[in-house]
Write a protein that binds this ligand. Sequence first.
Ligand code: NAG
Ligand code: NAG
Ligand code: NAG
Ligand code: NAG
Ligand code: NAG
Ligand code: NAG
Ligand code: NAG
Ligand code: NAG
Ligand code: NAG
Ligand code: NAG
Length: 880
Amino acid sequence: MGLYVPCFFSFVCFVFWLSFLHHLTVSHHFASSIMQPLCHDDERSALLKFKQSILFGKHYCWDPISYYPKAKSWKLEGGNSSSADCCSWDGVKCDEETGHVIKLDLSSSCLSGSINSTTTLFHLAHLQWLSLAHNDFNYSEIPSTINKLSRLSHLNLSRSVISGQIPPQLLDLHNLVSLDLFDNYYTDIPGNETHYLELQEPSLQNPTYKLTNLKVLNLDKVHISSPIPHMLANLSSLTYLSLQDCGLQGEFPTKIFQLPNLSVLQLSHNSNLTGYLPEFEKTSPLTVLAIAGCGFSGTIPSSLVLSLEACNFSSGQISSSLGNLTQLTYLDLSQRHNKFSSQNSSSLSWIAKNTNLKFLDLSDLNLVGEIPIWLMNLTQLIYLDMGQNQLAGPIPSCLMNINQLSFLYLQSNQLTRNIPSEISNLTRLVDLALSSNSLQGPIPNNIFQLKNLQNLRLQSNNLSGTVEFDMFLSQLESLEILILSSNNLSVLMNNTVANTNSKKFYTIGLRSCNLSNFPNFLRNQDLLRVLDLSSNSITGKIPGWFLNDSVPHLIYLNLSHNLFTEFDQQPNVRPPYLITLDVRYNKLEGPLPVIPLKDMSEYLVSNNKLTGEISPLICESKYLFALDLSNNNLSGVLPQCLANFSDALSILALQSNKFHGSIPQTFMNGSNLKMVDLSNNQLQGRIPRSLVNCTKLVYLHLGNNQITDIFPSWLGTLRELKVLIMKSNRLHGVIKEPEANFEFPKLQVIDLSHNMFRGELPTKHFQSWNAMKVVNGSHPSYMHDEMISNEIFTSFASYEITDYAYSMTISNKAETNESEVIGKSLISTEKSDLSDHLNGKVPTMKTKIHSGMDSRTHYKHNQMEELDGLLKSRPAMADG
Ligand SMILES: *[C@@H]1O[C@H](CO)[C@@H](O)[C@H](O)[C@H]1NC(C)=O
Ligand SMILES: *[C@@H]1O[C@H](CO)[C@@H](O)[C@H](O)[C@H]1NC(C)=O
Ligand SMILES: *[C@@H]1O[C@H](CO)[C@@H](O)[C@H](O)[C@H]1NC(C)=O
Ligand SMILES: *[C@@H]1O[C@H](CO)[C@@H](O)[C@H](O)[C@H]1NC(C)=O
Ligand SMILES: *[C@@H]1O[C@H](CO)[C@@H](O)[C@H](O)[C@H]1NC(C)=O
Ligand SMILES: *[C@@H]1O[C@H](CO)[C@@H](O)[C@H](O)[C@H]1NC(C)=O
Ligand SMILES: *[C@@H]1O[C@H](CO)[C@@H](O)[C@H](O)[C@H]1NC(C)=O
Ligand SMILES: *[C@@H]1O[C@H](CO)[C@@H](O)[C@H](O)[C@H]1NC(C)=O
Ligand SMILES: *[C@@H]1O[C@H](CO)[C@@H](O)[C@H](O)[C@H]1NC(C)=O
Ligand SMILES: *[C@@H]1O[C@H](CO)[C@@H](O)[C@H](O)[C@H]1NC(C)=O
């Protein structure tokens, strides 16, 4: 898997960027050349009050290319209110005659805070067009005062972190032409709490009476949970109706398919929705029909753009009758949930009859066999995705006949042999992913002829040979994402100083590329967001210019497994959007680097030679997920705040340092800690009773300290605890019988050796520790003074960060199998959290994650729209 961070599909970014530039030029032109009346005082003041009531949250704005804080520039020039013409403010448009604000576009403006009935935006009574999409309103509800905007024709609140019931007042806005509340479904990773919009009281039944002008209605992921009213079929102006993943029930009114202007109808992922597809007239304006994961039956119409993703093919084979749809231009059979049974790629040869196909997605279909040669009949293909299958054999060179191909995804298969040099025939290639296969040989030089290439992902193959990195810099001018990691490549760098005009990357992955010097070209990578230089043998200092000046937009930095000795200069202001810092396994000396780390999610500096104390400033990192300072020479007392500074904190690894003093005592309710390792220090005092608040704790290692306490039977309420290691401390006393038999329900590994317990371990403990297998319960001598001499068990945990995803492995000298079991379950817990990070492909802050289900579909639609005007996309209001 490649690094996956929102908007690294640079194509989409590119589009954002263009529209951003467009916006700049338009508003500039607007301000300078058109004379218009000054804006009204009350409206100016409403805008300014709104600005004051919100924050410009960096978290929601880490992607500087698609997001920028428009409203931030709003101000009174020189403090004189009548001199400030709000009509010229960024995002504001006034009526040319009356001077009233009629349009407000604050989409993607980094806004954060709440909207409610006091929000002054709703005083702009002349507003016709309002977009607050792609901001973070902290689960605010839409206030009923929205009805003051009675002239509103366009309202876009998609992806703006709002929740709750949609107020009836919104549905009274009878001038609405376009209503977009798309994708306000969020899961907070820490609490795993979901937030969403609801349309229950009133239900969907009501709005249709008044919204007779509606052309565009997008309620994807709004919780509707009711049948679709037949009334909806009366909205004859509708051109775009999207109700995906809304929990719709009952029978879908067939008449809606026949609405005279309806061009896009998306109903996917409403598993309780039934209905049938009618006969379609040839004149049907439908171009997009998405009914994946619904209970529809009937014949599939031809002359349609079809998305059949996941739709009731859960068992059995894909129907070849689709081969009759010769008009098909878009075919998406990809699966993510329901698996087709494994089938040979040759059985899909009927697809070759659809010679008009431009978009073909056969990913994740459990396909075996080779890449089929029937593909070469599809000469119109622009987009081909066969990733995540089990395709073996070579990449056939005849594939290179499809010369329109711009997007080619073959990643995560079992492809072998060389990358064919004929790849250069695909001159239109924009995105090429061949990662995670078994490809061999060198990267063909012909690849440098692909002048349109923006994304190149070749990681995790067996590619070998040397590559001159300068070729990528000088030959592939469009390249933005380059990942060569984890091959047998030697990447040669000419360490010439890059000039300021050098090409700009978004993502660079050069893990295990035999680098020995810090790359100089990084001096001017001011758009770089992801950098992985791990597992090389780069020596010397981490240069001062690097983090201080060169990469202001970096969000992920992995320099682990190198030979770095120190930070040349402590960065004063670290890259402000940095979320992950991984410098583990180097030879770093000196104090902890790059503090404070306010918005960070992963701070990983273990296995170095760092010295000094932990600054309490670390506790300002309210979003930290993993803190790993283990295996250094750190000393001093642990700041008390370490126990409760971040709701998100899941991994706290401070082992093998020289910390002394007491363990922080105030672990709070709602803690998300899964792993706490404080072993091999000189910690004293008691085991914090507040650890009972860490109900998600899986792994607790306090061994090799000087803790003085009795057996922590209170930890028995931790239902997830699997590993409890207290060895080599000063625990004492008699271990009592458990009070109830649900104590330590999942415990698998316990090590109490080298303490000062008296008496015998109560047998009842062994009976109730159902899950335990490591300790031999038939061994009553276990609890004698001085404990048993041989260590039953020694364990240590380490975890690897791969593309944001942790896997945790526990090595265990005594019981290898056991540790694998534990290791796996830890892996699965960690991955499930982090895969949500990865699925949230839309730019959102890391702690507020979209459930992600539709973002991929959405992405495809965006691409297609750009590619060929093939799909009528979700109406982006930005051009209204
Ligand atoms: C504000 O500016 C306007 C026009 O520039 C001017 O007429 C007015 O006197 C100014 N008011 C103050 C209080 O400076
Ligand atoms: C979000 O709302 C919650 C309570 O509703 C509040 O505690 C929190 O401070 C708010 N966050 C922001 C950034 O406004
Ligand atoms: C309403 O929003 C304002 C500004 O965002 C905020 O200061 C205030 O606390 C909110 N009021 C309520 C009741 O949430
Ligand atoms: C999140 O909550 C759902 C339902 O409550 C549960 O099934 C799921 O396992 C939870 N996920 C995590 C990562 O806790
Ligand atoms: C489908 O209906 C069943 C029975 O009413 C209900 O339990 C289930 O939650 C529904 N599923 C969805 C996705 O709404
Ligand atoms: C294609 O359509 C013809 C009639 O036009 C029909 O006879 C044939 O069975 C169809 N093929 C498939 C595979 O359904
Ligand atoms: C591909 O096209 C060739 C020539 O047009 C034709 O003979 C062949 O049957 C086609 N293959 C398939 C699988 O349709
Ligand atoms: C590549 O392009 C060349 C020149 O256009 C052509 O002769 C050759 O057949 C093509 N090769 C493949 C494998 O498509
Ligand atoms: C890299 O440096 C070597 C020798 O210093 C030179 O021969 C080669 O042309 C350079 N490569 C590029 C792409 O500049
Ligand atoms: C658990 O956390 C709460 C605050 O969230 C705290 O008041 C309580 O004292 C903690 N429990 C223990 C046993 O310390």
